[in-house]
Design a protein around this ligand. Structure first.
Ligand SMILES: [Ca+2]
Ligand SMILES: [Ca+2]
Ligand SMILES: [Ca+2]
Ligand SMILES: [Ca+2]
Length: 402
C-alpha cells in the first residue's frame, strides 16, 4: 500500500514480518485483491465491501507471519447490510476464515472511542507502492509488499462535502467516514487546508496515503483498528487545486477516506459473536474445562451477564477484560487477550472467546484466568472491583506424567 514520501524500499515504509502487523492480510477475490485485518476472535477479517463488486466466490486470505506464508479460504463473507456502492457509504465487509488464523498473526481489537479526529493513524496494506511526488508506480510488477505510513485523521468526510457541495460527487453519511490528506509540508499541497480551511502540513517522511490494493486495510490508532481504507480522491474547489499533478493517483495533495470503525462497532461485535460455534447462552452451559485440541485454535468461552436494569434503555454497558496466566502460558497454551466487551441496547449478555492453542504434545492440565474490570453503566456489586473466572485446558495427548 500506500504511497509514501520516500521509496517503498525504505525500511521506514515496510510493515515487515514480526513487527506487529502480521494480522494485516492480503485478500484475493477472483482476479481482484485488497487488504484486510484480523479481528480479536482470530477467525474474522474486516475489510471493505467494494472488493466484492463481482461477488464473493473464490475469496481467500493470505497471511505473512513469522511462521511463513499461509493462505486460508473464506467460509463466509458478509457485506455491511447498509452498504451503498454508489456513495461509498458503509463500505465494510466481514470475511470468516475456514480455519483459525495462524497463532503468529496478531489479532486486533476495535478502536471504540469517537475522538479519532486530530489523532495520528498508522495505515498498513498491500496496495501498489509509489511516492507522493510521482503517485502510484503504474508499472510496478513486483510482489505485493506490505507497507505502512502515517497520517492524521483531519475531519469527517461529510464536513468536507459541506465545503465542496457538488464539487464532491458523492454524499458521505455524517459520522461514518474519516478523511486525511497527503501532505508534503507545503501549503500548496495541503489539500484540506485549502479545500476546507483546516491547515496542517503533515508528518514529514512518515506521511502517506492509501493506493489501489489497500482497500479494506486498517488504519490503527494505538494498535486498535480505527478505520478501514475505502477510497482516495483528487479534489478541487473554485479557488484551490491542491493535487500536485491533477491525476487521481494517490499523490501529494489528494485525500483518502476510511470507514469509521467506532461507528460500526455494534454491527462488527454482534456479527462476530453470532458466529461463535457452540457459545453458551445460559450460565449452566458454560464449560469450565476445555479439551486442548491438536492443531489450530479452539475457543474457551466466558459468559458475561448483566442482571440489573439500565437507567436508560439505550445505554451501552462496557467492561474491560484480560486473560492472566495460571499454570498455562499465554502464547504457548492459549492466546492472551485484553479488550473491551460492550453490551448494546437490548443485549444483556455476551460471550468472550479465548483461543486455546492445539498441539500433540502431552502436558499436564493447565489453567488460566479471565479478569473483568471497570464496569461502565452497571456494577459488580458492593466492594467488588474485579470478576475472575478460571478455565482448565485439558490434556488430550496421552500421559507422560504418571
Ligand atoms: Ca495529512
Ligand atoms: Ca494537510
Ligand atoms: Ca494526483
Ligand atoms: Ca492436543
Amino acid at each position: 500500500m500506500v504511497t509514501t514520501v520516500t521509496s517503498y524500499t525504505d525500511e521506514r515504509n515496510r510493515a515487515g514480518i514480526g513487527a506487529g502487523f502480521d494480522g494485516v492480510v492480503r485478500i484475493t477475490i477472483g482476479g481482484n485483491y485488497g487488504t484486510g485485518v484480523l479481528l480479536y476472535d482470530g477467525h474474522a477479517v474486516l475489510t471493505s465491501a467494494h472488493l466484492f463488486a463481482n461477488g464473493t466466490v473464490g475469496t481467500s486470505v493470505s497471511f505473512e507471519t513469522t511462521a511463513g506464508n499461509q493462505s486460508i479460504a473464506a467460509s463466509t463473507v458478509v457485506l455491511c447490510p447498509s452498504y451503498e456502492a454508489t456513495q461509498d457509504n458503509n463500505d465494510l465487509a466481514l470475511v470468516w476464515l475456514l480455519a483459525s488464523a495462524p497463532v503468529t498473526a496478531e489479532r486486533y481489537d476495535l478502536y471504540r472511542s469517537s475522538d479519532e479526529i486530530g489523532q495520528t493513524l498508522t495505515m498498513v496494506g498491500y496496495g501498489q507502492p509509489g511516492t507522493g511526488a510521482t503517485g502510484v508506480l503504474t508499472n510496478y510488477s513486483g510482489d505485493s509488499v506490505r507497507l505502512k505510513a502515517s497520517n492524521q485523521f483531519d475531519a469527517d468526510a461529510a464536513t468536507l462535502k459541506s465545503w465542496l457541495g457538488s464539487g464532491m460527487a458523492w454524499t458521505p453519511t455524517p459520522g461514518t467516514q474519516l478523511i486525511a490528506d497527503f501532505d508534503n509540508g507545503s501549503t500548496a499541497q495541503d489539500a484540506l487546508g485549502r479545500l476546507m480551511s483546516l491547515p496542517g502540513t503533515g508528518l514529514g517522511q512518515n506521511e502517506g496515503l492509501i493506493s489501489p490494493g489497500d482497500s479494506g486495510g486498517p488504519a490503527f490508532i494505538n494498535g486498535q483498528v480505527a478505520g478501514i481504507a475505502s477510497y482516495c480522491a483528487s479534489l478541487v474547489s473554485a479557488s484551490a487545486t491542491p493535487d500536485i499533478d491533477a491525476l487521481s493517483n494517490s499523490s501529494f495533495g489528494e485525500i483518502a477516506a476510511w470507514q469509521r470503525v467506532s461507528y460500526y462497532q455494534q454491527w462488527i461485535d454482534q456479527s462476530l459473536r453470532a458466529q461463535y460455534p457452540n457459545a453458551p447462552t445460559q450460565a449452566e452451559q458454560v464449560q469450565k474445562t476445555v479439551s486442548e485440541g491438536n492443531s489450530g485454535t479452539s475457543y474457551a468461552y466466558f459468559l458475561l451477564q448483566f442482571t440489573g436494569v439500565r437507567s436508560d434503555p439505550n445505554l451501552l454497558l462496557r467492561v474491560d477484560y484480560a486473560t492472566r496466566d495460571g499454570s498455562a502460558t499465554a502464547g504457548q497454551d492459549y492466546l492472551g487477550v485484553h479488550g473491551v466487551l460492550v453490551l448494546y441496547p437490548n443485549e444483556n449478555q455476551a460471550a468472550i472467546a479465548v483461543e486455546i492453542i492445539g498441539d500433540v504434545t502431552p502436558e499436564p492440565n493447565e489453567t488460566f484466568y479471565l479478569d473483568v474490570t471497570n464496569p461502565v453503566g452497571g456494577g459488580f456489586g458492593p466492594g467488588v472491583v474485579t470478576l475472575t473466572a478460571m478455565r482448565t485446558i485439558v490434556n488430550d495427548d496421552g500421559g507422560l506424567w504418571g
